[in-house]
Design a protein around this ligand. Structure first.
Ligand code: PMP
Length: 303
């Protein structure tokens, strides 16, 4: 099943240029301090972004989400939106990439060993642009089998999942459990038992011709790919709406798919060993996937 390699692994090219705090440096030189609170406490924010055929997909939306994540944790970003946009494009150009996965990270920066973020005077920002290996093609053709994991998605009152922070341990525990059950991705419920999202993807079902996804208030990240599904629904003439969802809704759904910058749009055909719908990727999912693949080539910021 390819579990060892794992989805989302990047293929490092030998001469990778990393943007780090004002300079482009070789990957071997791209180092942050052991006193950086991003490392010590997961104190920071990030984005995972895609470059398709020389266009960065929805870069402005990613940067807006980064700004909101930073605002939520009272972290002052070191650059304006325009500067971050230019630096992101330049990182792709420096690496001669036209198709890539881009990781933009802003950490709280160097401080002492206490928690206090106000003792970290300067945030650190780095951008990595690299090739990505997607889920194997067979899963886009035949669909994924996923599971529900026991670890619950963190309560929005503790740390809102809408904040894309460096604190991903909750998702990592979910990912470990998914692997223990032999699955590549897993549904995480919130502490009331409603479906929140997957460990690194948003969840959608198709029921009676409508596309339905949990609201962010149930513990989901406001995915950029997720938001594009609402536009695709308008294009296809299919209603896309948010609703509270339990596993019952997936059991009785006609189709199911996941979305994420890394995963794109991927069909799901089984949950916890139960077939969803016909047990094959459904027709609406396939239309959504085809529309998404068309859009990524034309939408976006030219680097
Ligand atoms: N949920 C979580 C927890 C994520 O980390 C991600 C990003 N991989 C997503 C959903 C999907 O969001 P996006 O479409 O913006 O990549």
């Amino acid at each position: 099943m390819g579990l060892d390699k794992g989805f989302g692994s990047t293929q490092f090219s030998s001469e990778m240029k990393i943007y780090l705090d004002g300079k482009f440096v070789d990957d071997s030189e791209a180092k942050v301090s052991v006193f950086d609170h991003g490392l010590l406490y997961g104190d920071g924010v990030f984005e995972g972004i895609r470059l398709y055929g020389g266009n960065i997909f929805r870069l402005d939306e990613h940067l807006e989400r980064l700004e909101y994540s930073a605002k939520a944790i009272l972290l002052k970003l070191p650059h304006t939106r325009q500067e971050m946009s230019e630096l992101t494009c330049e990182t792709c150009r420096q690496n001669g990439l036209t198709d890539a996965y881009i990781r933009l990270v802003v950490t709280r920066g160097v401080g002492d060993l206490g928690l206090a973020p106000w003792l970290c005077p300067k945030p650190s920002m780095f951008i990595i642009a690299s090739k990505i290996s997607l889920y194997p093609k067979e899963h886009y053709d035949n669909g994924l089998s996923i599971v529900t994991v026991p670890t619950r998605r963190i309560n929005p009152a503790a740390l809102p999942p809408t904040v894309k922070s460096l604190n991903y341990l909750n998702n990592i525990l979910g990912k470990i459990e998914a692997r223990q059950f032999g699955a590549l991705e897993a549904i995480m419920l919130n502490d009331q038992g409603y479906i929140a999202e997957c460990t690194a993807d948003n969840v959608f079902i198709v029921h009676k011709g409508e596309i339905v996804t949990p609201a962010a208030s149930q513990g989901a990240l406001k995915g950029i790919t997720r938001s594009s599904i609402f536009d695709i629904g308008r294009e296809l003439g299919v209603v896309v709406r948010e609703a509270d969802m339990t596993r019952y809704d997936v059991w009785c759904a006609d189709e199911c798919f996941l979305t994420g910058s890394g995963a794109e749009v991927i069909p799901v055909v089984k949950l916890d060993g139960r077939e969803i719908g016909t047990g094959q990727p459904g027709p609406i999912t396939q239309q959504v996937l085809a529309s998404f693949r068309r859009r990524v080539l034309v939408e976006g910021t030219r680097i």
